[in-house]
Design a protein around this ligand. Structure first.
Ligand code: HEC
Ligand code: HEC
Ligand code: HEC
Ligand code: HEC
Length: 342
């Protein structure tokens, strides 16, 4: 058994052949979502004006026009042999929203930066049911059972509903743990963000107008507890997966190893404060796994187990059980960027 504390030594001891990076496949594998099911943010804006205004103040929005104007982008494209960043799957998958018009299947188009559906899910199939109050007409008149039914139908049709923190957060980590080894080590891309879900979702990204359209509310403390713990677990799982298939040490592997160590420290601090079996099991799963470059099967299995445990925390652990971690949660001054105040 290797504890996470010995991660660096383990990696150093692992014989790493001097494999040329050009042997890593860069074949675009398409996008991790169905581009034919994207309707675009303008459709959401028909009913979600405030949310769209908040989104328009974010890096996610601005990146649509700004990314290709940056010299770093052109440099990176040059090093990676990419002609057009806006058409390269390996950049589009994280920086843009691509729509594939069913009538023009050969002509996919980027229509926005990181937009609503990148986080809430491509909406062709859930758009109608999610806003349907049936005979009740309005939200205030809608009985609880109808609301529950409406949400279940939307989720079954592919919506990432914000009530389920795991579902929404998984998307953040897909992008924010950064791109693959080649794009980082050869292209010079950053190895992802120093991301933490509470701080990063409650600053410029925040758009909570459901209770009062004039107030962009900070999410309640109960949700923050879940966000923190689920976020740490997802980051850990993502970093374990990130090491699979990697060939060398470099900046890419170093960043993932640092994440594994940091999330272990944070989760241990959580485990010292609360008595939640799933969290203990996440740490045990990590400690029972040898973190090295030649152990992909075990690393993937550990990541899958940790994700299942994170989902379990998100869906089944009462927020009250996590109350002892409140002193670990980021304070409003640590939130990332300014939230729009209407
Ligand atoms: C026809 C109007 C309409 C459209 C179009 C629409 N929504 Fe909504 N949406 C609503 C209403 C009404 C609510 C409930 C708001 C509330 O409870 O205050 C809602 C709620 C939500 C919620 C909160 C969860 C929930 O179920 O209460 C999310 C997330 C959401 N919408 C995302 C989107 C996204 C993303 C789009 C575009 C792909 C979109 N909506 C398009 C009307 C619409
Ligand atoms: C796995 C997701 C992912 C992929 C794939 C990806 N990026 Fe990024 N990129 C990010 C994230 C996340 C950031 C923000 C990093 C941070 O917080 O420091 C970023 C930042 C950048 C920046 C700095 C932007 C700024 O405004 O500071 C550039 C330039 C960039 N990416 C270019 C590219 C190019 C070109 C490609 C394709 C070769 C690409 N990226 C592929 C996720 C990705
Ligand atoms: C589809 C990929 C993707 C998803 C999903 C995503 N992001 Fe991002 N995010 C990016 C990229 C790319 C950037 C950098 C944009 C730029 O600066 O050009 C970014 C930037 C940010 C920034 C601004 C960072 C700065 O430099 O100040 C915040 C905050 C942020 N994201 C939070 C989140 C949160 C919270 C979630 C999930 C709820 C999330 N993101 C989901 C790709 C994504
Ligand atoms: C970067 C990911 C991301 C993007 C982009 C995004 N959302 Fe969200 N959305 C979230 C998260 C995370 C929550 C839960 C936030 C919380 O609890 O603080 C949420 C919550 C919501 C809610 C419920 C708010 C409430 O008060 O309960 C609505 C409605 C919504 N989003 C609609 C939209 C629309 C419309 C867009 C596009 C204009 C959009 N979202 C873009 C991640 C995102």
């Amino acid at each position: 058994m290797k504890s996470a504390r010995s991660l660096l030594p383990v990696l150093v001891l692992t014989p790493v052949a001097a494999i040329a990076f050009t042997t890593i496949t860069s074949e675009p594998t398409g996008l991790p979502y169905d581009a034919t099911a994207i309707v675009g943010p303008d459709e959401c804006g028909e009913c979600h004006e405030a949310e769209v205004s908040a989104w328009r103040t974010t890096h996610h929005y601005r990146s649509f026009t700004e990314l290709t104007r940056r010299t770093e982008t052109l440099d990176m494209a040059d090093k990676l042999g990419i002609d057009r960043v806006r058409q390269a799957d390996e950049c589009v998958s994280c920086h843009y929203t691509r729509q594939l018009d069913m009538d023009h299947l050969d002509r996919p188009e980027v229509i926005a930066g990181v937009s609503c559906e990148m986080c809430h899910g491509p909406s062709r199939d859930w758009l109608e049911p999610h806003a349907d109050y049936g005979v009740f007409g309005t939200k205030d008149a809608e009985p609880h059972e109808h609301r529950v039914e409406r949400i279940l139908t939307s989720v079954a049709a592919g919506m990432n509903h914000p009530d389920n923190i795991f579902d929404v957060a998984r998307n953040c980590y897909r992008c924010h743990l950064g791109p693959d080894e080649r794009i980082v080590n050869i292209g010079g891309h950053s190895p992802g963000s120093r991301f933490e879900l509470v701080a990063w979702s409650q600053g410029e990204v925040r758009h909570n107008f459901a209770d009062d359209p004039k107030v962009n509310a900070i999410t309640n403390i109960e949700r923050q507890r879940h966000m923190y713990v689920v976020g740490q677990a997802l980051e850990l799982a993502g970093a374990l997966r990130g090491i699979t298939g990697a060939t060398g040490r470099g900046r890419y592997v170093a960043a993932h190893v640092a994440r594994i160590k940091q999330t272990r420290t944070n989760l241990e601090a959580v485990a010292e404060r609360v008595n939640v079996e799933q969290i203990t099991r996440i740490i045990e799963t990590l400690d029972a796994t040898k973190v090295s470059l030649d152990n992909d099967e075990a690393l993937n299995a550990a990541a899958a187990t940790i994700e299942e445990l994170a989902r379990d925390v998100s869906e089944n652990v009462p927020a009250a059980d996590l109350a002892p971690i409140d002193d670990m949660l980021p304070a409003p001054e640590d939130f990332h960027g300014e939230a729009l105040t209407p």
